[in-house]
Design a protein around this ligand. Structure first.
Ligand code: HEC
Length: 132
């Protein structure tokens, strides 16, 4: 009787562990899908921006570890004066607001990019940038 109880306990434990794993896996898959979508969205930016550390392009500053950076915060990129005057930090919220209405938040920056209306697409691009 005691060993039967033990078997039941072991089975239950095994079962809940694999369910937990399955939940974790599906969370990872969702996260991967979002990241993948974000990488696709980055096509809007890739002409001017790299996500590699220290790789400013001829057309724009690199976006490596962007989250937490101050606007115009890289020492090795020559920003325009107008952009340097604006005081903001690239948090997820700021990035979302900027991606929605870039020209409202930082006029003249990143033209011809004029914004992304889809909140889902913005979240995907933010997830992608966060992973760099
Ligand atoms: C046509 C080129 C171009 C495109 C396309 C473009 N950008 Fe930019 N971006 C720039 C330039 C140039 C700057 C530097 C601004 C300045 O000094 O005036 C900049 C600056 C930035 C900054 C500020 C970086 C910092 O160091 O504070 C962010 C963030 C940014 N771009 C994100 C994006 C994203 C995301 C996209 C795509 C949705 C994008 N840009 C599309 C040219 C571009």
């Amino acid at each position: 009787m005691r060993s039967l109880l033990l078997v039941v306990v072991v089975l239950l434990t095994a079962c809940s562990t694999s369910q937990h794993d399955a939940e974790l896996n599906s969370a990872n898959t969702l996260q991967d899908a979002l990241w993948q979508q974000g990488q696709d969205e980055f096509i809007r930016c890739v002409a001017c921006h790299s996500v590699e550390a220290g790789s400013n392009t001829e057309f724009g500053p690199h976006l490596h570890q962007l989250l937490g950076r101050k606007l115009a915060g890289l020492d090795d990129y020559l920003y325009t004066e107008a952009v340097k005057q604006i005081d903001l930090v690239w948090t997820e919220e700021v990035l979302d607001a900027w991606l929605a209405k870039p020209q409202q938040l930082v006029p003249e920056m990143c033209l011809p990019f004029t914004g992304m209306r889809s909140a889902e697409a913005r979240q995907a691009l933010i997830a992608y940038l966060k992973g760099q």
